[in-house]
Design a protein around this ligand. Structure first.
Ligand SMILES: Nc1ncnc2c1ncn2[C@@H]1O[C@H](COP(=O)(O)OP(=O)(O)OP(=O)(O)O)[C@@H](O)[C@H]1O
Ligand SMILES: [Mg+2]
Length: 150
């Protein structure tokens, strides 16, 4: 599924729709260059989940944790890790629980340690706007896509 997002508000709106169709315990990878809109997309999801505070980019902390609507939500940014093994040390496995929702920016940095995502978001910069692709990799991921198509 390919969507054109003319501005930031469009990204936030689409992320909200995406979030509302997301089953429990999904692993979501966000790919795309620096500034493509990955954190903006996660912010739209967290707002749709009822989060009203700030959404910090986890560039330095690696992970930001939220508890929303009784669900644990983890937002990762792996840009700064030097070796996928760092994920073992930080106890990545404990975050990837079936009851938790995980968003991971720069998943390519964790290749070999991270499992396959349920669904991937790919953002690309198109002048002043963005293009977004949603790709499912599991039954849960396909469910998300079905919800988006209705
Ligand atoms: N659809 C859109 N059209 C134009 N600008 C957008 C759109 N969506 C987001 N932006 C803008 O693009 C920038 C994206 O920044 P953001 O931090 O979300 O990128 P990122 O992909 O997380 O980058 P990084 O890899 O550094 O973490 C923000 O300034 C945001 O306002
Ligand atoms: Mg980011």
């Amino acid at each position: 599924m390919l969507i054109h997002l003319p501005d930031e508000v469009a990204t936030l709106d689409f992320a909200g729709r995406f979030f509302r169709g997301l089953p429990t315990g999904c692993l979501v990878f966000l790919r795309g260059n620096l500034g493509a809109g990955k954190t903006t997309f996660v912010r739209g999801c967290l707002w749709a989940a009822g989060h009203r505070g700030k959404v910090k980019s986890p560039t330095f902390t690696l992970v930001e944790e939220y508890s929303l609507q009784g669900r644990a939500v983890y937002h990762f940014d792996l840009y700064r890790i030097a070796d996928p093994e760092e994920l073992e040390w930080m106890g990545m496995r404990d975050y990837l629980r079936p009851d938790a929702l995980c968003f991971i920016e720069w998943p390519e940095r964790g290749e070999g340690v991270l499992p396959e995502a349920d669904v991937e978001i790919f953002l690309s910069i198109e002048g002043f706007s963005r293009n977004l692709t949603v790709s499912p990799f599991s039954d849960k991921g396909r469910e998300v896509l079905r919800e988006l198509s209705v």
